[in-house]
Design a binder for this molecule. Structure first.
Ligand SMILES: *Cc1c(COP(=O)(O)O)cnc(C)c1O
Length: 361
């Protein structure tokens, strides 16, 4: 055989597998496998999407000025320091391509988000995983992995799939312990859900220096995962790097229109956060009452610990008989756990009922 051969890194990774969305023979599945917001897309975003159709023959504004201004106004940030992406995944990949590469090391926590490892290996980086404490990132373990080859540290805060977070104090300690030349990427995909008092999504760290980037997404609380829209807040030199690296029209005009409208949807963010906090607490309580072990979460999902991989697999299969799809997290090294997205109150009740029935045989 003498066909084209890709770079060897390509075969060093397994393709990313997203949450499943269909069950054979089930018309109405309850999809709680991808942490999509509980309420579908914001109504205003759907309207804006329809209206943007009339301009579909035009290229989008490659600079995404209107979207960056809307994001800046919503979160109190300078639009000049925002870069938009085709999902935040694209920005994570671009950062790794820009700052990683062969002979460099990328540090992440043991159960950190899988894209860092996939994109890192693809770029030729060596991935260094720091052990965690109670499924929480251990700052000292991360700092202990730093070598002269370290270029990047990736941290989801709160983390997916564990749901745990680092306080602002711990984040400051992490940044202070890293060399100035190491890029810290704070992936704050779930930041809008956080109610913890000692949390900062990453803005303060970005503002404090030249070496920290925060990424955010429209895929979770804003309910626009299908539109593919994310953004980064970064020091200007890193903004300039991303603007060189990204494809010129990486965000579609329809995604931008939907994103601007989602930000303007009255009460959307507040309602989503408030619902999530109460629904997550209620689901955790119901599952604990059923005798299941729950890991504390600050995000829009909870990690349920079934003690053994076999029992987690059996619970997964049982949920499917009720039309409920959750996420097995075997690929994260957590085969005894299932990750359950917080849906509507009704969906949470159905999950609690089903898992209660599973436990009681
Ligand atoms: C869902 C998620 C993202 C979002 O990715 P998009 O490409 O913006 O949809 C990023 N990081 C983490 C940790 C996530 O769970």
């Amino acid at each position: 055989m003498s066909g084209p051969t890709p770079r060897p890194e390509v075969f060093s990774i397994a393709p990313y597998v997203g949450g499943e969305s269909a069950l054979p023979g089930v018309a109405q599945v309850i999809k709680l496998s991808s942490n999509e917001g509980a309420f579908g897309p914001p109504p205003g975003a759907l309207k804006a999407l329809a209206q943007s159709g009339a301009g579909l023959h035009r290229y989008p504004d490659g600079a995404m000025l209107a979207l960056r201004q809307a994001i800046g106004a919503q979160f109190g940030l300078d639009p000049a320091r925002i870069v938009c992406g085709n999902g935040s995944d694209e920005l994570l990949v671009l950062l790794i391509q820009a700052y990683g590469g062969p002979d460099t090391e990328l540090i992440m926590s043991a159960h950190g988000f899988s894209i860092y490892e996939i994109a890192g290996k693809l770029a030729g980086c060596t991935i260094c995983k720091a052990p965690e404490r109670d499924l929480t990132t251990d700052v000292d373990a991360m700092l202990g992995l730093v070598t002269p080859r370290t270029r990047m540290v990736f941290l989801a805060n709160p983390n997916n799939p564990t749901g745990t977070l680092l306080t602002h104090t711990e984040m400051l300690r992490l940044r202070a312990g890293l060399p100035q030349s190491v890029l810290l990427v704070v992936d704050a995909a779930y930041s809008e859900y956080v109610t913890h008092a000692e949390y900062d999504a990453g803005v303060a760290l970005v503002d404090a220096g030249e070496n920290t980037v925060m990424t955010r997404t429209f895929s979770k609380i804003f309910g626009l995962g299908g539109a593919r829209l994310g953004w980064a807040y970064a020091p200007l030199p890193i903004v300039e790097v991303l603007n060189r690296m990204r494809p010129p029209f990486n965000v579609s005009s329809t995604a931008a229109a939907a994103g601007i409208a989602a930000l303007a949807e009255p009460g959307w963010l507040e309602h989503g956060r408030a619902h999530n906090a109460q629904a997550r607490a209620r689901l955790a309580l119901l599952l604990a009452q059923a005798g299941l072990k729950i890991h504390a979460s600050e995000a829009n999902f909870i990690l349920v610990d079934f003690a053994t991989p076999a029992r987690a697999q059996a619970a997964d299969a049982f949920l499917r008989t009720r039309g409920i799809i959750v996420r097995n997290v075997k690929s994260y090294g957590l085969p005894e756990c299932l990750r359950v997205t917080i849906g509507t109150d009704e969906q949470c009740s159905l999950v609690a009922q089903a898992l209660g029935d599973f436990v009681h045989g």
